[in-house]
Design a protein around this ligand. Structure first.
Ligand SMILES: C[S@@+](CC[C@H](N)C(=O)[O-])C[C@H]1O[C@@H](n2cnc3c(N)ncnc32)[C@H](O)[C@@H]1O
Length: 229
């Protein structure tokens, strides 16, 4: 089935009022928390793909920190033969995206209320073509590094789930975040990475924050990270 001509009329889906950040506990792995009676997204060990995508197959692409999901939704339209899964820690954003998915009857996309710091054990090794990690929250202070989902552990997980020819795509408008991410990329040595100009960027869709930066003339970097064998 081709969804090529389909366009989403976002005016049908009024945006929710949202906080910029979620409760700080959500940025730390569940295993670091004591007790279990608090607000925290479910930590999945296994997902039933036939409950998530119409094809019943697992995802081909992952969007980590998908925010309000423009990139996630539009990428699903452009790739109707692929499944794309987004992770987002702000529950209100996930509910809004789910409303659009239901309203538009999109068969190949889903957003999970999930904190990526808990890893991705429910994603099969060597199964993913592309992982997107765009404009993570810009905590610039060193002491805030621990709040970032991007870590050596997550990078190892991304490396594990990617197919041999798979890519990780990064964007950020915060130089300190770029520096931090490169330090983790260097430390793990799992990817070959390079800055990528817009005309070499092989993605056809722009994310919410990418559009914001381009409209406001805010500089940002794009980086392509190729999985090393
Ligand atoms: C600045 S927004 C960018 C959203 C989107 N990627 C874009 O480019 O427009 C960063 C998003 O990452 C989400 N986020 C931060 N830490 C996360 C985590 N541990 N797990 C899942 N999402 C996270 C935030 O809630 C926020 O929506």
């Amino acid at each position: 089935m081709s969804l090529k001509l389909k366009k989403i009329d976002y005016t049908k889906y009024p945006l929710p009022r949202m906080r910029h950040h979620a409760n700080p506990v959500l940025y730390f792995p569940l295993k670091q928390h004591k007790g279990n009676n608090f607000y925290y997204p479910p930590v999945f060990e296994k997902l039933e793909w036939n409950e998530i995508f119409s094809s019943g197959k697992p995802p081909d692409m992952l969007d980590i920190g998908c925010g309000l999901g423009r990139f996630l939704l539009e990428t699903s339209l452009k790739n109707s033969d692929k499944n794309i899964l987004g992770f987002e820690v702000r529950q209100t954003a996930v509910e809004w995206i789910k409303g659009v998915i239901e309203g538009e009857k999109l068969p190949n996309v889903q957003a999970l209320w999930y904190s990526a710091v808990n890893g991705m054990s429910f994603i099969e090794t060597g199964s993913i073509e592309k992982v997107f990690y765009f404009f993570p929250d810009p905590w610039v202070k060193k002491k805030q590094n621990k709040r970032r989902a991007f870590s050596a552990e997550l990078l190892k997980e991304i490396h594990r789930v990617l197919k041999p020819e798979g890519n990780l795509y990064l964007m950020t408008d915060v130089p300190e975040v770029d520096e931090y991410q490169q330090s983790i990329l260097n430390e793990t040595g799992l990817f070959e990475f390079r800055y990528t100009e817009k005309d070499q960027w092989d993605l056809q869709v722009r994310s919410n924050h990418e559009i914001f930066c381009e409209d406001k003339g805010i500089p940002f970097i794009r980086m392509t990270c190729r999985k090393k064998q």
